[in-house]
Ligand binder design. Structure first.
Ligand code: ADP
Ligand code: MG
Length: 391
């Protein structure tokens, strides 16, 4: 479904639910990170692109003029109502409406209070698959609030407002990547984002001969929850041992000299981060030069580093990468890696457009044969950031 189809569908569902046409329609994309994993909280670089999967919100002023916001989603059974005459507070943890509510609270905190409205969320970004349906929902809400309040925020401020909503209302200590790319993406561009300076640079990627293939393993391993904080602490320990503010400031040579003083696991974690930051910069250079073979090599190297040094992969992600590697350059695959936090979710592959069909079929059947699970595959061009479709 292209964006116009999703928008039409959302408007129709809105009319069914609320009994009138929406006045406003907005959209924000999901994203895939091509390379630069677990680098964001080390002040490093990430390299995401927006995908042609969108969260659309249809909305209209309340019919009776009340100061109430009604939020519904086609993906959720439960709708919520917000009373704008009272201060907003988060719902219990895990409630989907925390994401939009946090964004609305962010606007109100800036003195931008909307009047009551009815809204319906509808998305083609898979929920919880590592393609950032959460940021798409936040950024779509912020785009809606811009239209309703007649105020266009600075794009960086808008992204940070959405990040804050995820921190404070959804209790997710996320970085800045997802919101930056969903707000500021440009068609046929990948974003090299410096997570220290927060300066994004758009790198053109428009060669029709290559395609980005996303493979959702459709597994998500339940973990103890300590994996992410533990790795953050290990990174901080490595940086402290080398006397730098963040691993961004360390080099492979510095790490080698500090090896004797470091716990072996901490050493491996730091080796991933330092190597990954370097690979991300080299990947941006490779895309600029349309050197797809080099980009592919960097993607494989990233995967193996995440698997062996950072230890955040899993059997299903490894299987997809091995299937891609078997197809190889001859079969049209430049590179493949896990993307997102790990332990499930998606892989991303760079492939020759002409071979997309054959590659998809081989990965699909190979993956299903071993795991018994049906993967979901789709290709995407680098898409544009959030847009207003009707105002
Ligand atoms: P990801 O961002 O990788 O998709 P998250 O766990 O960060 O995964 O965010 C998923 C959560 O975001 C969902 O469980 C839900 O609470 C909320 N969400 C995302 N998209 C929608 C939607 N279309 N409708 C309702 N809630 C959504
Ligand atoms: Mg998310």
């Amino acid at each position: 479904m292209n964006l116009n189809d999703v928008a039409r569908q959302t408007a129709a569902e809105f009319a069914k639910l609320y009994g009138r046409e929406p006045k406003w329609l907005v959209a924000a994309p999901g994203r895939v990170n091509l390379i630069g994993e677990h680098t964001d909280y080390n002040d490093g670089y990430v390299f995401p692109m927006a995908i042609e999967r969108y969260t659309v919100i249809a909305a209209a002023p309340t019919a009776n003029g009340s100061n109430t916001v009604r939020l519904a989603s086609t993906a959720m059974a439960r709708a919520v109502a917000l009373d704008l005459t009272k201060p907003l507070t988060p719902f219990p943890k895990g409630t989907w409406a925390n994401y939009p509510t946090g964004v609305i609270a962010g606007f109100i905190a800036r003195g931008l209070k909307p009047s009551g409205f009815d809204a319906l969320v509808n998305s083609t970004v898979p929920l919880g698959g590592g393609l950032s349906s959460s940021a798409a929902l936040e950024v779509a809400t912020a785009t809606l609030l811009e239209v309703i309040t007649g105020t266009k925020l600075d794009p960086v401020e808008k992204a940070l407002l959405c990040q804050k909503a995820e921190h404070e209302y959804a209790s997710m200590p996320c970085g800045i990547m997802d919101q930056f790319i969903s707000v500021m993406a440009r068609e046929n561009h990948v974003m090299l984002l410096d997570c220290r300076s927060r300066v994004p640079e758009l790198v053109p990627m428009s060669d029709p001969a290559v395609a980005v293939l996303i493979i959702n393993t459709n597994v998500k391993h339940e973990l103890t929850g300590s994996e992410y904080p533990t790795r953050r602490k290990q990174c901080e320990a490595a940086a402290a041992a080398m006397g730098v503010a963040a691993l961004r400031d360390a080099t492979a040579a510095m790490l080698e000299s500090a090896k004797a003083r470091l716990d072996p696991v901490v050493f491996k974690r730091a080796r991933h981060v330092i190597g990954e930051i370097d690979r991300t910069l080299r990947a941006a250079a490779a895309v600029r030069a349309a050197d797809w073979a080099e980009m592919g090599r960097l993607m494989y190297a990233s995967h193996y580093s995440l698997r062996d040094d950072y230890e955040v992969s899993c059997a299903e992600l490894d299987l997809v990468v091995e299937l891609a590697k078997e197809i190889g350059l001859q079969g049209g695959v430049y590179g493949c890696r896990m993307t997102g936090g790990g332990f499930g979710g998606c892989c991303v592959a760079l492939v020759r457009t002409a071979e997309v069909e054959a590659i998809s079929n081989r990965i699909m059947s190979g993956y299903k044969q071993v795991t018994g699970i049906e993967p979901t595959l789709f290709v995407s061009r680098p898409a544009a950031g959030a847009t207003v479709l009707k105002a």
